[in-house]
Design a protein around this ligand. Structure first.
Ligand SMILES: [Zn+2]
Length: 157
């Protein structure tokens, strides 16, 4: 990530309301974690016999087959990521305009905290699932803490 702050950026701290916080760009996920998240989401979807399938957690689409749900996640995630990157470029450009003085400080510059729309909902939902999957995987690998296990003698089962 390039450093965006010039030597004069300290002056802006007098008017904190005018400074738009630079959004953080979520790095592209690796295919491995993305697929793990998709599968984890599919496992959480409940099959409803009245609907003839399981509902997507982020929209109203119903899937009779696991593969169609996976395809749906894949497609919506890609769209959502595109929307997200477009939005990120836009909000960053807006901030540049404001810090360069092209937009007077204090003018009502509203930058949404994220892009709007269903694809983005899927993108963000999958990213959260990805974090969960990563945490669970890490927990399984973690060695037991020798200090706490020593102070707490294990009870016989
Ligand atoms: Zn959906």
């Amino acid at each position: 990530m390039p450093e965006g702050h010039g030597p004069n950026s300290d002056e802006e701290e007098d008017s904190p309301g005018a400074v738009v916080k630079r959004p953080e760009l979520i790095p592209t996920a690796t295919e491995k974690w993305k697929q793990k998240a998709f599968h984890s989401l599919v496992r959480k979807m409940m099959y409803n016999p009245h609907m003839g399938g399981a509902k997507c957690p982020f929209c109203d689409e119903i899937f009779a087959k696991e593969t169609s749900a996976l395809d749906h996640f894949e497609a919506r995630y890609a769209e959502g990521e595109r929307d997200y990157r477009k939005w990120w470029d836009y909000s960053w450009a807006m901030q540049q305009l404001q810090t360069s003085g092209s937009i007077p400080p204090g003018s009502s510059l509203i930058v949404e905290s994220g892009p709007q729309g269903l694809p983005y909902e899927h993108f963000i939902g999958v990213r959260q699932e990805m974090d969960l999957v990563k945490k669970t995987t890490r927990k399984k690998k973690r060695k037991p803490n020798s200090v706490t296990s020593a102070s707490k003698p294990a009870k016989a089962a």
